[in-house]
Ligand binder design. Structure first.
Ligand code: F2R
Ligand code: MG
Ligand code: MG
Ligand code: MG
Length: 348
């Protein structure tokens, strides 16, 4: 049904935007029990129709997500040099959107080299190791939507769009895992229940294949870190919710700006929110529960809420997102427009 798909496209991009805008005030903050109550009140207020105040700004997560969507729309055959140019243009127009500390060097080098090899600056990061920050994963939603009909092309596009800034396999595979999770949510009928003990094994199988394919043959301590992380996600979901569990989740899954410390956590937040047993988050709305819960875990709150929101929105569709809350966020109309344009391209 094309209207359901359209709603899911909107839901996923809005989910990404809302997680970023609403999560960013808490980025890096340690979250105490008292803070969780503050966050509960903050979200209660956001749902109220008469809330006035300044719009909530988006950060690098959304700036780069918009660039990917805009590039796919302008170049339907996909043009990574065009995409790289949009990343760089947006960064130099608005450098204070909270970009990662090192990715900005890639933008400068790309500009200086006139984009002669769009992958070289990223390869040079961290003494040639490449970045494994979560910057590839945070912006991936448009790729999952645009290529929803062709899984292999989707995985390839997730890798190539990420490698413009992040070439370390942990950075690339984190983006692929996030893309796979959005894709799976998109293809699931919102009337159909998502069961974590099916969702986790399915995405585990998929990310394992990607990790095996790209295995460089070196004997690393852990050749398949994401496969193992998703197994951890499933393990935590098998445990009933209690507040101390959040600490274990933060310890084991992570909440940092590194891809392997945040992508599995975002997937966990979505699946935990579906279970509806989180005592510290009081709402009947699954979408809100997903991003509010992600924020209560602390750390890289904008990005983890953004990634969890993109998955939840892809599953539930736009209807699940409170309009008053969406209206608080900068560029929300523009994001809907981008989702509609992507949708128009894929149904053509
Ligand atoms: N920049 C931030 N948040 C931190 C500061 C804001 C906060 N409000 C505050 O008060 O301090 N958020 C944004 O950055 C994340 C995405 O970053 P991205 O694009 O991945 O950038 P980068 O620079 O490539 O990587 C981030 C850091 O990860 C570490 N790292 C990565 N690869 C590494 C490697 N191979 N070896 C060692 N360290 C590596 C470095 O510390 C990088 O600086 C999102 O959270 C976005 O919201
Ligand atoms: Mg950010
Ligand atoms: Mg190996
Ligand atoms: Mg962040």
């Amino acid at each position: 049904d094309t209207n359901v798909l359209k709603s899911k496209f909107r839901g996923s991009l809005l989910g990404s935007l809302l997680g970023d805008c609403l999560g960013s005030p808490f980025e890096g903050e340690p979250i105490t029990a008292g803070e969780k109550i503050v966050i509960q009140r903050y979200f209660d207020k956001l749902e109220s129709p008469d809330l006035k105040g300044p719009v909530r700004s988006y950060t690098d997560d959304t700036a780069m997500m918009k660039s990917i969507a805009q590039s796919l729309i302008a170049k339907p055959e996909i043009d990574y040099k065009h995409m790289a140019k949009l990343f760089v243009k947006d960064y130099f127009l608005e450098p204070h959107r909270g970009y990662g500390p090192n990715v900005v060097d890639v933008f400068s080098k790309l500009r200086k080299s006139k984009f002669d090899d769009i992958y070289r600056p990223a390869r040079e990061q961290f003494n040639g190791k490449g970045s494994f920050g979560n910057g590839g994963a945070m912006r991936i939603a448009p790729i999952a939507l645009y290529f929803y009909n062709d899984y292999n092309l989707m995985v390839e596009a997730a890798k190539k769009s990420t490698e413009i800034t992040h070439t370390n396999s942990l950075g690339v595979h984190g983006a692929v895992l996030q893309c796979i999770a959005i894709h799976k949510a998109l293809l699931t009928d919102p009337k159909e229940e998502i069961k974590f003990d099916q969702f986790c094994p399915e995405i585990t199988k998929k990310i394992k294949l990607v990790e095996q394919e790209d295995d460089d043959g070196l004997e690393l301590d852990d050749d398949h870190p994401y496969e193992d992380k998703v197994k951890f996600v499933q393990h935590f979901l098998q445990t009933n919710y209690h507040e101390e569990l959040d600490e274990e989740v933060c310890q084991n899954l992570g909440t940092s700006i590194l891809a392997y410390d945040s992508v599995p956590t975002a997937i966990y937040c979505f699946l935990r929110a579906l279970k509806n047993d989180i005592e510290t988050v009081k709402t009947d709305n699954i979408f809100r529960r997903t991003i509010q819960y992600a924020i209560t875990l602390g750390g890289d709150t904008d990005t983890i809420a953004c990634m969890a929101g993109a998955i939840a929105g892809a599953y539930l569709g736009e209807e699940a997102i409170n309009v008053n809350m969406a209206k608080q966020c900068e560029s929300y109309k523009e994001i809907i427009e981008l989702a509609d344009q992507l949708h128009a391209l894929v149904v053509k």
